[in-house]
Structure formats: C-alpha cells, structure tokens
Design a protein around this ligand. Structure first.
Ligand code: SAM
Ligand code: SF4
Length: 334
C-alpha cells in the first residue's frame, strides 16, 4: 500500500479526520427521479469521454486509503448500470486499508446483482425508495420499475449483507403521508428505514424550505410508536436513530435543518475527476490531470486543497441555495 503520513492532511483545521470517500462511477441512471435529473443510459459521447476509467478510480482510492480513508461508498447515477461494475468492486474491496465497500443503489437491479455484490466484498447497501405505492413510484422515479425494485430489495434483504438500509427522501405533499407505511415495512422486513431531508440540489424548481419534512415533523407523526433515541454507532453516518414500539429502527438525516458538519469525515470523487469536499458547496478541486498522469504528489496536493476548503458548516444563505447548485445529485453522487 502507498502508506503516506496521515499528518500530511489530517486532521483538517476544524479537527475532522477524513475516513470516507464517496465515489460516483457514472452520471447515468435507469430512473428519472423527479428531483434528480440524471443522464439517461444513452449518454452523449462528450459525457462518456469524461467518465473516469475504473483504473483511474482504483488509483485515486489507493491514494486515499494510504492517507487514512477506510470506507468507500460507490454511487452514481445508478452504479449498477455501469458495465463490469462487479469486478471493479472486487478490486476496490481488495485495496489495502479499506475496511468496507458500500453501495448506494435504486434497487432495480438487485435481483440480478445481490449475490455478485456480496461475493465482490460489498458489505452494506443503501437502497433508495421514496414510496411504497406503485403508481406514485412511476411519478416520483419516472419509471415503471416498481415491481423490479421491490423484488430487488427483497433479494438484497435475503442476501447475507452486513446491513441493508432503505433511504427515502421525504417531500411535503409527495410522500409524507407514507411515514407509517414505511416504518411498518421496516418492522416487517427487519431493516433500517432512513428519512432524508430534501436538499436544494437537482430540480431547484421543486425545492423550497417549506417542502422539507423535518425531524420534528417525523417524530410527531410517529409519536404513537414512542420513538426512543439510540446512541450513535459508526455505521449510522449522519443519521440520528430511533427505535419504535412496532420494532422498527429508523434514522433521520437532516442536512438542511440540523447539519452535522462537525463530524463530517467524507469527501466525494465525482465521475469526471473532481473532489467535492461538501455536497452542499459547489467548490471542487480538479484532479483530472493528476489522475491522467498518475502524478501522486499532485493528487495529494489536490486532496489537501479540497480539505482546506471543506466548509465548517452548511451556509443556508449561500448563492447555491438561492439559485440552485451547478451539479444535480446524479452528477455528484448523492
Ligand atoms: N441511483 C442511486 C440511488 O438513487 O440510490 C445512487 C445515486 S442517488 C443520486 C443517491 C441518493 O441521493 C438517493 O438516495 C437519492 O434519493 C438522493 N437524492 C437525490 N436528489 C436529492 C435531493 N434533492 N435531496 C435529497 N436527496 C436526494
Ligand atoms: Fe437515478 Fe438515484 Fe437520481 Fe433517482 S436519485 S434518478 S435513482 S441517480
């Protein structure tokens, strides 16, 4: 392993240590979620040309691992639509120092891929599902793959992953009437159900502060199930977890109303070779040349720069929040 001195970059000026790299392997998706605006699977050649090769991503991941990163999450777009994703994940899992490779997926291809992902060393899955209603699914996800997705989710649950979580972006008037259905589903399937606040990234016309379903609103709606707050565990990321009296465990993630920047241990690698040190901050460091030339010193400089500009906290008055972000979520990786 390229084992660099962690102190080159760690901790950052606010005392945060980088442990987690989130990697977007494609901006393409087989869904068209109403808030996300991904590329279709038939991308124009100018987009395809920008996508990092697997070897490029492995090179960057090895450098991050040498600097102390021990967890990698693969996302997109939809990571499972990229050709040869399974052998790539096997190589990622084999990187020295990487303790866990995780994946975030829309679930539609999990019937086909669950066993392969497990064999490739993927430990944990986050599956996005914003509704349990087939008709509503067509509207929110922009596709009629509801049955496939549910089958994929059930296959994943039966596969021997360390953990499967379901993530729902809650949006007022879209799916907030399904909270109880979601927590019943979580109890029946014995999986963790997480509710995520809607962020102003992607379809900015749809987003407004008023559309956000806050943690208080969720806990109020579920008060008859006596939510009991659980302690922090290292796999819950920014979620605050609760146990409900129906047996379900839920997590609530509040990037907008209660940010969690103090403990943030991650940066993102975009599909086209930029380090984005905060999801909700458009500043990015271009590392394409360092990758292309396998220039490790230059790459480490890029990582240092990305950490140096990593925001202390989310700025709700930023230009981006008012006008929309440069990239949609599918081009960042969520
Ligand atoms: N296609 C995969 C999926 O949907 O899980 C991975 C990529 S997707 C961009 C990652 C996550 O970002 C999904 O859970 C999705 O719901 C979430 N997301 C996309 N746009 C969002 C927004 N504006 N606010 C909050 N979450 C969003
Ligand atoms: Fe695709 Fe995920 Fe975006 Fe939905 S949220 S369009 S599944 S990338």
């Amino acid at each position: 392993m390229n084992n660099y001195n962690n102190n080159i970059i760690q901790p950052d000026k606010y005392g945060r240590r980088l442990k987690y790299l989130r990697i977007s392997v494609t901006p393409a998706c087989n869904f068209k979620c109403i808030y996300c605006k991904p590329h279709s699977e038939n991308m124009k050649s100018e987009v395809v040309e920008k996508i990092l090769g697997y070897d490029d991503i492995l090179y960057v991941s090895e450098i991050f691992a040498g600097l102390g990163v021990n967890r990698l999450r693969v996302t997109g777009g939809e990571p499972l639509v990229r050709k040869d994703i399974v052998p790539f994940l096997s190589k990622l899992s084999a990187i020295n120092g990487i303790e866990e490779v995780m994946i975030t997926t829309n679930g539609s291809l999990l019937k086909k891929y669950s066993a392969d992902l497990l064999n490739a060393g993927v430990a944990r899955l986050n599956i996005s599902l914003d509704t349990l209603n087939a008709e509503r699914f067509n509207y929110i996800a922009g596709t009629n793959k509801f049955e496939e997705t549910m089958e994929g989710i059930r296959t994943a649950i039966k596969t021997d992953f360390k953990q499967v979580k379901i993530n729902a972006v809650m949006i007022k008037g879209f799916n907030d009437d399904e909270l109880v259905d979601f927590v019943n589903f979580a109890a029946e399937e014995n999986i963790i159900m997480r509710f995520i606040e809607f962020m102003p990234v992607g379809n900015h016309n749809l987003w407004s502060q008023e559309n956000i379903i806050t943690s208080e609103m969720i806990l109020n709606q579920l008060s008859h199930l006596n939510p009991v707050k659980l302690g922090k565990d290292k796999n819950s990321g920014p979620a605050v977890n609760y146990k409900l009296s129906n047996g379900a465990t839920i997590g609530i993630i509040t990037p907008i109303t209660k940010h969690f920047c103090d403990d943030c241990d991650k940066v993102r690698l975009t599909y086209d070779g930029y380090i984005r040190s905060c999801l909700l901050d458009d500043r990015e460091i271009d590392i394409k040349d360092a990758i292309r030339n396998r220039d490790t010193d230059m790459l480490i400089e890029g990582i240092k720069e990305a950490l140096a500009i990593k925001s202390k906290e989310y700025d709700k008055n930023s230009v981006e929040v008012k006008n929309g972000y440069n990239r949609t979520m599918s081009r960042i990786g969520g």
